[in-house]
Design a binder for this molecule. Structure first.
Ligand code: ATP
Length: 324
């Protein structure tokens, strides 16, 4: 077995005229894994994917897919990669089977291979009962399945899916995610998305890109821990107190070790997020204060870091820090 990384990106850069859309990025995707490629709009995801799928050449740097160089071995890269673009171009007047057959021909599959592969991908993507349907009559969810079936037709080891669940309804989204999760192991999947819950559900690792740079990469849990360590919004003490709001707020703010108190909900019961040195001593001080003033402590717990908070923290230009 050669290198266990199926996608290797080294110092990859893309300039559109004087604008640098992808700026000297490095990452690897291990064989058989599903990796989320995450970033806000305009971060450089599609540009990176277009370079990996040989739709456009890099300005500098290199990338290898299944061991082949995207610049000098584009034919081999295309044979080893299945690509689901953000907007799959489908032909509405063709029947599903006909469309897949046509796509198979374009990829040089012979008649026997096409027949066999169409049956396989239709089964894999739960399309068997729609093979005779006109593409134009398919629901958005079935069209997306067809796009994935098309990307799988030549049985490529690597799949690149650009926003595969955009525009689907919740049950279609669940099905699409189930399908993607099932592709892991047999295929290496790079999944571009801006939906964080999607990443947590289907991806073993996450690469976060912002303004053309890799801002962070790791497992979802590693990123959450990084968020908590950095003292971001994730590591905060959530406190619920019944008492006069202004007094509760100012008394907690005045405690030693408290850096910031955010009001999450106001009213007869205050819901507060306390940021600072969140040790046992501070928690005891808050409890004692509440009792001493005759207020009531409803709840106190350390808020778990979420991937969303981490994402906001590192992609927000105001607070951004490169963490890779
Ligand atoms: P989205 O989620 O909105 O698709 P993205 O992360 O895929 O965003 P890209 O489409 O790669 O981002 O775009 C990265 C940057 O490059 C953006 O600022 C975009 O405006 C710019 N850009 C993309 N394509 C071109 C082009 N052909 N010419 C000039 N600038 C471009």
């Amino acid at each position: 077995m050669q290198n266990a990384a199926e996608i290797v990106v080294q110092r990859l850069t893309k300039d559109y005229g004087r604008f640098r859309a992808v700026d000297d990025i490095n990452f690897e995707v291990a064989r058989g894994s599903v990796v989320g490629f995450l970033g806000p709009n305009g971060a450089g995801k599609t540009t990176t994917i277009r370079m990996l799928t040989c739709y456009m050449p890099p300005s500098s740097g290199q990338a290898r897919v299944a061991g082949f160089d995207v610049f000098s071995q584009s034919l081999q890269v295309r044979q080893n990669i299945g690509y689901l673009p953000e907007n799959t171009p489908l032909y509405p007047e063709m029947r599903v089977e006909e469309y897949l057959d046509y796509r198979g021909k374009l990829r040089g599959l012979n008649r026997t291979a096409r027949k066999q592969r169409i049956a396989e991908v239709a089964d894999r993507c739960w399309l068997t009962d729609r093979l005779r349907w006109l593409v134009g009559k398919l629901s958005k969810g079935y069209r997306q399945r067809l796009g994935i079936a098309d990307a799988l037709l030549h049985n490529p080891p690597v799949l690149v899916l650009d926003e595969p669940t955009v525009g689907l309804d919740p049950s279609q989204i669940r099905e699409a995610r189930k399908l993607i999760a099932e592709l892991a192991g047999r295929h290496t999947v790079l999944l571009s998305t801006h939906i964080l819950s999607e990443v947590e559900l289907v991806c073993q690792r996450v690469i976060i890109i912002g303004r053309g740079k890799i801002l962070a990469q790791g497992t979802p849990d590693e990123l959450k821990q990084q968020c908590a360590r950095a003292g971001a919004a994730g590591s905060r003490l959530l406190v619920e107190v019944r008492g006069p709001s202004d007094q509760v707020l100012s008394a907690i703010k005045a405690l030693p070790g408290v850096e910031k108190v955010q009001v999450l909900a106001d009213g007869p019961v205050q819901s507060l997020a306390v940021v600072g040195r969140l040790d046992a001593q501070l928690r005891e001080q808050i409890a004692a204060l509440v009792v001493q003033r005759g207020w009531a402590l409803r709840e106190m717990r350390i808020g778990g870091a979420t991937l969303e908070e981490f994402f906001v923290q590192i992609t927000d230009p105001g607070t951004s820090q490169a963490a890779a």
